[in-house]
Design a protein around this ligand. Structure first.
Ligand SMILES: NC(=O)c1ccc[n+]([C@@H]2O[C@H](COP(=O)([O-])OP(=O)(O)OC[C@H]3O[C@@H](n4cnc5c(N)ncnc54)[C@H](OP(=O)(O)O)[C@@H]3O)[C@@H](O)[C@H]2O)c1
Length: 332
């Protein structure tokens, strides 16, 4: 496993990290979740990503139990705040009240005194940015959070936050967590150039497009049994990528992966890691074999000719519009 700096900070993260959205506390039983975490640790993954909202807070509990007994200093634990964790108007968003209450819940569920990275899971249009950033900064001073970042913020929102932090002397954002894969490249036009200049990394989610880039979903055929597309909670998220136009082109990537001696999943993870602004690719898994397969992408170099061939194969199904990075206009 290779390691990269998180933004301009001194923190190193494993360039492949493990995330538990959809899976822990929901799609997979606790034993399978623990086996995946064990496989991740065995393969050299040290960075783990979760969120207060995953599986209605159960995902953090499962991860806390799965990591129990592992030397805390050898782990980087990331979580997030914004999406609803309860029924009330203050159980969501990025107000001082909700952030403060949510971090306490996360620390309790994760069974740790601090998280390495705390991320604003979306931009909250209903809270002054100064209030959010001051609260994050306070949590850093209190030692409950070591670094702060955001997720799915657009370039303008990230720039605004950096300007306020500089003016007010608050801790600066070190990272953004966007969706990024061969199929979804909306950060390339605006977010990445800004972040490169400002020393902010991308920690990217769904690098294999939730399983689509493994090639296991075939055009014109029902999804394989037990896959995310058949899961009651996961199915809705993956469905927009299951059109025959996308699936046919994905099948055409197979000769490229074969020539390189990579699996399709390894090719997809390696592809996001070619972008130097990416600090880590967060992989999900329902089985330990998937973790063991996908981590082999660490350290793989793809040359310019391979990248061009991938672009030619995928052509028009690649999404590049920077306007697709959107947070809800009102709190959910
Ligand atoms: N910030 C955000 O808003 C946000 C949003 C989404 C995710 N995330 C983060 O990103 C993490 C990863 O997201 P993701 O789970 O969508 O990532 P992903 O790595 O693109 O997809 C993971 C899923 O693909 C399938 N898969 C993985 N490896 C495979 C292999 N070798 N062969 C066949 N199938 C394979 C598995 O599902 P099946 O076995 O069920 O098919 C697995 O659960 C999340 O856990 C979370 O930490 C963040």
């Amino acid at each position: 496993m290779e390691f990269r700096h998180l933004g301009r900070s001194g923190l190193m993260v494993s360039e492949i990290s493990y995330g538990n959205w959809i899976t822990h506390g929901s799609q997979v039983e606790e034993d399978a979740a623990k086996e995946c975490v064990r496989a991740a640790l065995d393969e050299g993954i040290t960075t783990f990503d979760t969120a207060d909202v995953y599986a209605g807070t159960k995902a953090e509990e499962v991860l806390g139990r799965a990591l129990k007994g592992v030397r805390r200093e050898s782990l980087e634990i990331f979580t997030k705040v914004y999406w609803p964790t309860g029924p009330g108007p203050n159980d969501r968003g990025l107000s001082r009240k909700h952030i403060t209450e949510s971090i306490h819940g996360s620390l309790r569920r994760l069974q740790t005194d601090y998280v390495d990275l705390y991320q604003a899971h979306r931009f909250d249009h209903e809270t002054p940015l100064e209030e959010t950033l001051k609260t994050f900064d306070d949590l850093v001073r209190q030692g409950k959070v070591l670094y702060v970042g955001v997720s799915e913020w657009n370039a303008e929102q990230i720039a605004q936050a950096l300007k306020i932090a500089d003016e007010m002397g608050f801790d600066r954002l070190v990272s953004n967590q966007p969706q990024y894969s061969m199929l979804w490249r909306v950060i390339e036009a605006e977010v990445v150039p800004l972040c490169k200049n400002e020393g902010v990394s991308q920690i990217v989610w769904s690098p294999i497009a939730q399983g689509v880039l493994t090639g296991k979903y075939l055009p014109g055929q029902p999804p394989p049994a037990g896959s995310r597309a058949t899961d009651p909670s996961g199915g809705a998220f993956i469905s927009r990528m299951l059109g025959d136009d996308v699936l046919t082109r994905v099948q055409n990537l197979r000769p490229i992966a074969d020539e390189l001696g990579l699996t399709m999943a390894q090719l997809a993870v390696a592809w996001v890691l070619q972008n130097p602004n990416v600090a880590s690719a967060i992989i999900g898994a329902t089985r330990p074999e998937q973790v063991r397969d996908n981590v082999k992408a660490s350290g793989v170099k793809l040359d310019a000719e391979v990248l061009t061939r991938i672009d030619d194969v995928l052509g028009p199904v690649v999404e590049r519009d920077p306007a697709k990075t959107v947070s809800p206009p009102k709190r959910p």
